[in-house]
Design a protein around this ligand. Sequence first.
Ligand SMILES: [Zn+2]
Length: 280
Amino acid sequence: MRYFLFIPLLFNCLYGVAQHAASLPPGIQRLLSAYPLHLKRYENNHIVWKDGSTIRYDDGRLKTEEEAFDSTDLEDQMNALTYEPGIPVDTPTYNCDPGTLRCQEFFMKMYGHSEEEVRRRLVAVTWPAPKPGRTKRIWVTSVNGVNRHLQAVANELAARPHLRPYVTDIGGTFNWRPIMGTNRMSPHSFGIAIDINTSRSEYWKWDHRDNWQMDSVELNLQWRNSVPLEIVEIFERHGFIWGGKWFHYDTMHFEYRPEMLPARQGKAVAKPKGKANNRS
Ligand SMILES: [Zn+2]
């Protein structure tokens, strides 16, 4: 946050108006290329949407960690921490939770400002059921083709029976609610997240039910995981990040965040012509 504070201002001084993508800081480039169906350009410290509305990129504030979580701007979201796809997991760096700084204004604009608005855009994905060969329907947003990305994940998982115990009996997908113990909306609220089998995964708050509000140092948090990396790689290939790469581990949790991944992963799916089910 501190380091990148003046970079957008400098670029604005040099170019004044909309800039060529190649001249933009990497965080802005990744954001624009991850959501091409919605975002048009960067201009004067603002992201311009295709409908003409704008969201300020950098609020210019120096924030404490708590302030960064409670008032995340897009610059914080893009630049604070780097998510590393595909790297074999070891204990994450202390307090490093890449992808958990989310600009709420951005996600609400993208996916919906209310439960009803998000719900209207939900569509079914066919997901593996506990019994071999059986399937069930789960619901995620159609915005950005998240349903099609998750369907691609489901198809790959279904073809690997040894992974079935980890991904059936899922914890859930869409759920309009704040993150436990905070006022911030969970990514589950936007229909972009899925929790796989809770009995085969770990969540730091469940491991410390009585004292999770303690300081991380006092808590002496010990990262745990039993989800195979093979599952993580499948999700990442289709644009989802994994909560198991967080110091505050949530190994059942995956969410569609293509801006946190290299461009070839999570590339936006174009709208199928003539179909009405994608309301993005
Ligand atoms: Zn979750």
